[in-house]
Ligand binder design. Structure first.
Ligand code: NPQ
Ligand code: MG
Length: 372
């Protein structure tokens, strides 16, 4: 039993090394909320992956801040907890807001892992000491600059590339990348930019041997995705549509996808992420760990969850140098790409990264401390 004495929220913002463009827009900076959970002389850290605007999901920094401050934090402050389940059960009254829940819940996981002297990966039941990773490449102004970006990442050692697509930036782009790298494990992500009427585009993509096509249709749909999957050979992977273990089961039950992208934030925390992992494992459906341009705090949680055995496809868990200037990220040590396109799993207790106070303060736009 450990009593939660204090929770702090930090609204931070970091500059992106290179603008990141998807079908929902172009981003130049990344804002998020970091959560620290204090108990028994220990500090656990969690990252809430809501963005400044409701573009990828309906949650924003502001909605997450509100739900954390007014509902989630008060439900755990001063409480004695023995396991993450004690927090998950207190959050059950809160509908929606999975990223807000995940920010605090993952901080509690880090805290409890530290209290046990165990790496987070081990506490989750993970097995590997390295996790396979790839890189997500945004939409570029020209095909030439996209090919340069892909070449840069292939040279850096990434063994799997994901291309962002949107109407007008799809079949020809994939063809060009495939012609230059015939054997590169390749996948695409539409972030919900198409409708069922675009089925011929996805049938055309079948010829390129893609690992998967991620979230082609509406961000909350499973019905149309099932219809599309029946018309193409390439596996559909759902991202935005899967908000919980229940959504995962519904999607698999109707054949909406053959792969699931698990993001700790989108599904409401590490406990839910592991439940979806287990469900997919039981049904023979591979999963992989998605990415939300995390700092090293969220990246470390992603690495830990990706050690579970059914994370068989490479994750969007790039090295620390992918998104932010080294030296600006709020936590250390940085994750470095191994030559087999993996990241090594930290062996220190908890997340295995430590937040650097000066870096946190430099990135911080707003801070709140709540005592039990
Ligand atoms: C995806 N991520 O898989 C997301 C989408 C995404 C690595 O492709 C700021 C915050 C910008 C979150 C851009 C990757 C973002 C973001 C894209 C998430 O769909
Ligand atoms: Mg996606």
């Amino acid at each position: 039993m450990i009593k939660i004495e204090r929770v702090e929220l930090y609204h931070i913002e970091l500059p992106l090394l290179h603008p990141f463009e998807t079908s929902f827009g172009r981003e130049f900076t990344r804002a998020c909320v970091l959560v620290s959970v204090h108990a028994a002389g220990l500090t656990g850290w969690g990252e809430c992956t809501a963005e400044a605007g409701p573009w990828y999901s309906s949650e924003t920094v502001e909605t997450a801040w509100h739900v954390l401050k007014d509902f989630l934090v008060p439900s755990v402050l001063g409480q004695e907890i023995a396991s993450p389940d004690d927090v998950v059960s207190r959050f059950r009254r809160v509908r929606g807001h999975p990223m807000a829940r995940a920010g605090l819940e993952s901080g509690v996981w880090d805290l409890l892992a530290q209290a046990q002297g165990a790496p987070l990966a081990g506490l989750l039941g993970g097995e590997r000491d390295r996790v396979k990773v790839g890189v997500s490449v945004g939409i570029e102004a020209t095909l030439e600059s996209l090919l340069d970006r892909v070449a840069q990442h292939v040279d850096e050692g990434y063994g799997r590339v994901k291309l962002k697509i949107k109407p007008g930036w799809d079949v020809d782009v994939v063809r060009a990348v495939r012609e230059r790298w015939p054997d590169l494990p390749l996948q695409v992500d539409a972030n919900s930019a198409y409708t069922l009427e675009d089925a011929p585009i996805f049938q055309a993509l079948d010829q390129f041997g893609l690992l998967l096509i991620e979230q082609p249709l509406h961000y909350d749909d499973i019905v149309d995705h099932a219809k599309l999957q029946a018309q193409i050979r390439t596996p559909i992977c759902l991202d935005e549509s899967i908000h919980s273990p229940e959504h995962a089961r519904w999607a698999l039950d109707i054949g909406a996808c053959r792969v699931i992208n698990i993001k700790v934030g989108r599904v409401g925390g590490l406990t839910a992420a592991r439940q979806i992992h287990d469900l997919c494992d039981a049904r023979g459906v591979p999963v992989w760990c998605g990415g939300m341009l995390e700092t090293n705090v969220g990246r470390a949680a992603n690495v830990a969850v990706a050690t579970l055995p059914n994370f068989t496809l490479p994750g969007d868990i790039s090295a620390s140098a992918r998104y932010y200037p080294l030296g600006r990220d709020v936590a250390e040590p940085n994750f470095v790409l191994n030559d087999d396109s993996t990241l090594s799993v930290p062996t220190d207790p908890g997340l295995g990264v430590r937040v650097i106070e000066g870096r946190l303060n430099a990135a911080c736009l707003r801070h709140l401390a709540e005592n039990g």
